[in-house]
Design a protein around this ligand. Structure first.
Ligand code: SAH
Length: 260
């Protein structure tokens, strides 16, 4: 008879590399897109989304991809980041710099643990920013976590495709080992899927509307309130039902305000 499994070890399938979508945001150099596709394919990743690339499709991208043309051929090209991540239940932004508002941070190995712990069937987005300026604060505020490659503090910015390579390598290493699942937020089998990015975005808009209506948020002087609300809710990683409860509650608040 097999040993009973400890309760914190989930019965989820192995880390599923096909659930991971690499999202390159406003990439300037098409060569970097090709090199990123190559980095992905060497590590067994294939889902690439490009948000308003400057120059794609391009010969340079295909030249730099070597044998990874299929990743480029199948790349999804979208106008907005929201389109690229809509169906994802975990969104992580790769960032070389620390930002003014602290956010839950992972290193690449911790990222791999989080991904291994993520419920099967829910997609995961990894966001990579522009070569010159990285990800904007608004883009980073869509993420459950930020991931930082702990590079030389005096020279910490990797080439875009090399950053993709480092994260993809750690994910592959985690997929190859058969360790027990870490007991993260989803350490046990859950009854509901994680809320998707598009549902969370709708929820944040509902919060903002209600906070304005009850005069808690001054739209002429919003400061960082909405980012703090986002951070709180993203940190809790609500599932779909929990997100719907919050959304339904806010709708009801708006309705009763109008009745008065
Ligand atoms: N000059 C930009 C860095 C751009 S590098 C800046 O200061 O933000 C392009 C992208 O590669 C970054 O947006 C990030 O997604 C990724 N990247 C580069 N270095 C990284 C690091 N040390 N840790 C995590 N991501 C990194």
């Amino acid at each position: 008879m097999s040993e009973p499994q400890p309760a914190t070890v989930s019965a989820h399938s192995e880390l599923d590399l096909s659930a991971i979508r690499v999202v390159l945001v406003h990439t300037s150099h098409s060569g970097n897109i090709g090199a990123a596709a190559r980095a992905m394919k060497t590590m067994g990743l294939s889902d690439l989304a490009l948000v308003s690339p400057n120059d794609f499709p391009s010969d340079e991208a295909y030249a730099r991809s070597s044998g990874a043309q299929d990743v480029l051929d199948n790349a999804q090209i979208v106008e907005s980041l929201d389109d690229a991540i809509a169906e994802c239940g975990l969104v992580v932004g790769a960032s070389a710099r620390s930002r003014s508002l602290p956010w839950p941070m992972l290193d690449p190995r911790q990222l791999a643990d989080r991904v291994a712990d993520h419920p099967a069937g829910s997609k995961i987005a990894l966001l990579f920013g522009r070569e010159k300026s990285g990800l904007t604060n608004e883009e980073l505020a869509r993420c459950h976590y930020h991931v930082n490659i702990p590079a030389n503090p005096d020279y910490s910015s990797l080439n875009l495709a090399q950053a993709v390579q480092v994260l993809a390598y750690e994910l592959r290493m985690r997929a190859l080992v058969n360790e027990p699942r870490p007991a993260g937020p989803w350490g046990v089998d859950w009854d509901q899927p994680p809320a998707r990015a598009d549902q969370l975005e709708g929820l944040f808009q509902a919060w903002e509307k209600t906070l304005v209506e009850v005069d808690f948020l001054d739209p002429t002087n919003p400061r960082t309130l909405m980012n703090k609300v986002r951070r709180l809710i993203l940190r809790a990683q609500p599932d779909e039902v929990e997100a719907n409860i919050l959304r339904g509650f806010l709708t009801q608040v708006d309705k009763s305000l109008r009745k008065r």
